[in-house]
Design a protein around this ligand. Structure first.
Ligand SMILES: NC(=O)c1ccc[n+]([C@@H]2O[C@H](COP(=O)([O-])OP(=O)(O)OC[C@H]3O[C@@H](n4cnc5c(N)ncnc54)[C@H](O)[C@@H]3O)[C@@H](O)[C@H]2O)c1
Length: 285
């Protein structure tokens, strides 16, 4: 299947990045969000990020203008074109909202259209169950910031077809990104492994193994990680980290995923990391 037109649902952090790379690599994009204001902000971010690429010599000014010209913003379902080949959903991380949007898009979009979700933790199989085309539903998990990060974790739902997988895989290569193929289990591959490491680092802190600085420096200099796990937890948000751990416990029924009591206590206290000004480190200044 030859994908030419992409509908991106949600123009937030991930949606604007996905629209950016699709337009940059020649795909026509419809970017849909709830209001014109959000979309104006979203396109402003795409333009700023492309200007940065131009300044670094990674994109010509002409290519930037052509790419921006390929992005059309919309707020209404009536304005969705009838020749969309791929939808990539990047609305809030709420499975009921995702299911609702997938049911609507299933009715609206042509029979051949692939419906992908950028979810980082929800079940692809569950989202697919809201549609009459579960074989054409797949996870396309991009990483933040999308224009910089090379990985796309492609997640096959329980009944995702080989054709859907192949089209998504080929599309990822056209975006000059590296796909990995994984099956639909809680946390997939990436979120599962990174959150287990973060949770274990919090246990180490809680048990008095070392200070946050010692634990993070150990992983940075000893294991060559670009960032220590506690600093990473602060960046991701401690509420998000707790949420993913709870999803893993519920999904696998294995208490090896139990969230550290210190993580729960910090979330209760509103110490969520960078976004609240305080986590394992202080960001108030
Ligand atoms: N932020 C990350 O680092 C990251 C990384 C990988 C995957 N994800 C996943 O990507 C998805 C989006 O995350 P985000 O960080 O971009 O969120 P965000 O809050 O920045 O953006 C979500 C956008 O969706 C819009 N929206 C909500 N309901 C909508 C609807 N019905 N129709 C159209 N637009 C709607 C909102 O107005 C908002 O602009 C989530 O599923 C998240 O788990 C996030």
């Amino acid at each position: 299947m030859d994908i030419k037109k992409v509908l991106v649902l949600g123009g937030g952090t991930m949606g604007n990045g996905i629209a950016h790379v699709c337009a940059q690599y020649g795909f026509n994009v419809q970017l849909k969000d709830l209001t014109e204001d959000v979309l104006a902000k979203s396109v402003g971010i795409i333009k700023t990020n492309m200007e940065r690429q131009v300044a670094k010599g990674k994109l010509t000014e002409a290519d930037m203008n052509a790419s921006l010209g390929r992005i059309k913003t919309i707020t209404k379902n009536e304005d969705i074109d009838n020749d969309v080949d791929l939808m990539v959903e990047a609305v809030f991380e709420n499975v009921e909202l995702k299911k609702k949007e997938f049911a609507i898009m299933d009715e609206l979009l042509p029979a051949h259209t692939i419906l992908a979700t950028n979810t980082s933790s929800q079940s692809i199989t569950k989202v697919a169950s809201a549609t009459k085309r579960p074989e054409q539903v797949i996870g396309m998990h991009f990483f933040n910031p999308v224009p910089m990060m090379k990985l796309v974790e492609i997640i096959r739902g329980y009944v995702t077809s080989d054709e859907t997988y192949k089209a998504t895989h080929d599309m990822t290569l056209k975006l000059e990104k590296t796909p990995i193929e994984v099956n639909d289990y809680p946390g997939f591959a990436t979120s599962r492994l990174i959150m287990v490491m973060i949770n274990e680092a919090i246990f180490a802190l809680w048990e008095g193994v070392g200070t946050p600085e010692a634990i993070d420096t150990g992983m940075k200099l000893g294991m060559n990680h670009p960032m220590g796990p506690l600093a990473l937890a602060d960046l991701v948000g401690l509420d998000i980290a707790l949420n993913v751990m709870n999803t893993l416990v519920a999904g696998y029924g294995d208490d090896k995923y139990r969230p550290c009591p210190l993580l729960k206590k910090m979330v209760d206290a509103g110490h969520l990391g960078r976004k609240s000004g305080k986590g394992f480190y202080d960001y108030s200044k």
